[in-house]
Structure formats: C-alpha cells, structure tokens
Design a protein around this ligand. Sequence first.
Ligand SMILES: Cc1cc2nc3c(=O)[nH]c(=O)nc-3n(C[C@H](O)[C@H](O)[C@H](O)COP(=O)(O)O)c2cc1C
Length: 390
Amino acid sequence: MSNLSYRTAGESHGKALITLVEGMPAGVALDKDFIDNELRRRQGGYGRGGRQKIETDVVDFLTGVRMGKSIGSPIAMLIPNKDFRLDDPDKTPALSRPRPGHADLAGSVKWLTTDCRETLERASARETAARVAAGGLARCLLKAFNIEVFGFVRQVGEAIASVDVTESNWREMLVKRDTSEVYCPDENADVQMRDFITNAKMAKDTAGGIVEAHVFGCPMGLGSCMTWDGRLDSRIAAAVVAIQAFKGVEFGMGFNVAKLPGSKVHDEIFFDASKKDSPTLGFARGSNNAGGIEGGMTNSAPIIVRGAMKPISTLGKPLRSIDLNTKEPSEAGWERSDISAISAASCIMENVIAFEVARAFMEKFGGDSMTEVRANYENYLAAARKLPLD
Ligand SMILES: Cc1cc2nc3c(=O)[nH]c(=O)nc-3n(C[C@H](O)[C@H](O)[C@H](O)COP(=O)(O)O)c2cc1C
C-alpha cells in the first residue's frame, strides 16, 4: 500500500514556507505553472489585507523532481517569504493582548509565554500556501486520471450563489468564478457578497462565509468502510476543518438530511450499459444527495463538500480582552489583517480535498511509478466491468 502524505513548516514572517510530500510515484508530470496559479489564487480575493501586495508566491522544487517529473523520492517545495522579519523585534513586536477567536490565548498559556506572537506566527493562515502547494502537486497526479476539482464561494452574509454545478457545466462556472473578485460564479451574489465585505470593512468588522468544492471523475471505491480512519469522508472532513477558521463541513445535502425522510434523501441506483466503459462503469444515480460518498467510499458520483468559515478574528474595532502581563482588561491586539479571506479559503479547500482524494487513490492503485499505478487502475476497472465474476 502506498502512503502519500505531506507535512508543512514555516512561520508567517519567517524566511519561507516548506512542504514535504512523500509517496508520490515516479513519472508524474508536475505542472509548475498550475501550482503557481493556485498559489496566486490563494493570495487573491475581495477583502484581503496588505500582506498579499508584498508577496508573489511561487513554488521552488528543491528535491524529488527531474526535468518536470517526479522521480519517486520525497518532494520538498519552498515558497520564500519576502516579508521576512521574525528576527527583528521592531518589526515583529511582542503582542500580549490576545484576540478573541485567534490562537493567541490558548497558545500563549500552552507554550508558557505572554507574547502571543510566538503562537500566532505559526497559527497564521499564511501556512496554507504550503498546503495549496501540496494539493497542487496531488492534482497533477489526479489530472492524469481525469479527476478534477472545482471550488467556489457559495455564501457570504445572506448572499447565496444561486448556481447548480454539474459535471457538464463546471468549466463554464470556473470561467465565471475567475472573473469574480469574490470567486463566486453567480454575478448577482458576487455584488451582494462584495457589499457585505465592504460594509464589514467600513464598520471595522470582518466576514466569513461558506465555500463549496466538487470533485469530478473519481472511480468507484476510493476510501474504505473497513476502518474508521480509512473512510474518505472522515479524512476530507478532517482536512477541511484543519483549515484555519473552518468550523463546519458537510457533504452533499449536508445538514438538511435531518429534515427529510429517507425516501427524499437517498439516491436511487440505475444502470446504463452504454456507459459501461466510463469510470462510472455504467452505474448512475437519480440524485447526488450523498455528495459522492457512501460508506466512506466514492460511489463515482461527484464528491460535493461545503465548509463554513467563521469571520476573521482580528477586528479593526477590537473586542474586549485582557493584557497577559497584567491580567487587566484591555482591548484585543491588532495585526495587519484580512477583512475577508473567503475567496482564498475556497482555493485552499479545493487543494486540501484534492490531496485526500489523491492519497486514497494511491492507497487503492499505488505503485512506485505511474506506469504501475495506471496498470492497477485499468485492471481494477476492467475487473469491475466484468461483474458478476465467475
Ligand atoms: C486564507 C485565510 C486567511 C486568514 N487571514 C486572517 C487574518 O488576516 N487575520 C486573522 O485574524 N485571521 C485570519 N485567518 C483566520 C486565522 O488564521 C484563524 O482564525 C486562527 O488561526 C485561529 O484558528 P481557528 O479559527 O481555526 O480557531 C485566516 C484564515 C484563512 C483560511
């Protein structure tokens, strides 16, 4: 069994961010332009703070890549920080007034310091650039098997994108999303979302929202019901809630399943012999309320995930807090900050989900080289098409 995994390192104002990916088979064509474009999208969006004007994130492959292809060894990627100032006390002064909603208070007590900066530098979502690089790499593997991920902003405030994303229209939606500063493919909702974020800014407040991702082209059976941590939905949920400020995740119909009887929730099963040669093997569903995963395994319908992000916790009009040095009441500290990072969050969620799908893909079809992985993939589909086996 192949074990595709990654770790990240780096502080917000440290020298660089680092991603180490292990378990990538040899022979994956690595599209640096694609990964750099994802990093650029992560920096964008309506309501971002000044940091994004300083940085131009691009990935530098330090190891594991030769002439644009993986060679099977660990892949180390580096994203330099132009705004390196962690060692300069004038530019990164101590912060002793923890911000409600941030990692400041719990982290300072945990690491026995009154300087919240020592926690916030790592808690900061600047680190997600390294996760996007890992997801971008995973997507190079997935694309070789026509597995694609599309994410966008579904909701900000009361504004909800009124779009139905399908396997046949998602590329059009992507074009629309990419013309929207909020990363929302619905023009009307885009205007309302920007208004909400502008109003938050005027009120020295912040905004959160809901983002949505769809994964197309997964064959039946990624993930497993045999172990609790082999379930793909549990892994995706963990990866999504591990994104800073994400507090909720749902699949397909999501929490609405609680309101309806089973007959209105479960997706009826059909078979279309003319589609037997496609990765769906000819199986079709009357709906996709399950969001493409049943029993922790892909069922060949698109995976649909939504994540809820709370509003940014650094407020221009700070909430009440205390000073850790005196324990006296004080306003929370302020750091250069985003008003909204929901657009970036949609890009991050796409990429962390992609990594989990690639991990499950490698567990099922893993081999040392792409030649082996492809053979395993084809053999499995060929065997599944022959069902019932003698
Ligand atoms: C893309 C992105 C950008 C963020 N930018 C900020 C920011 O500028 N200021 C801030 O206070 N929090 C920001 N956050 C949220 C904090 O990183 C997060 O609230 C903090 O690390 C505490 O973690 P928790 O909210 O998961 O409990 C951002 C989150 C994401 C995903």
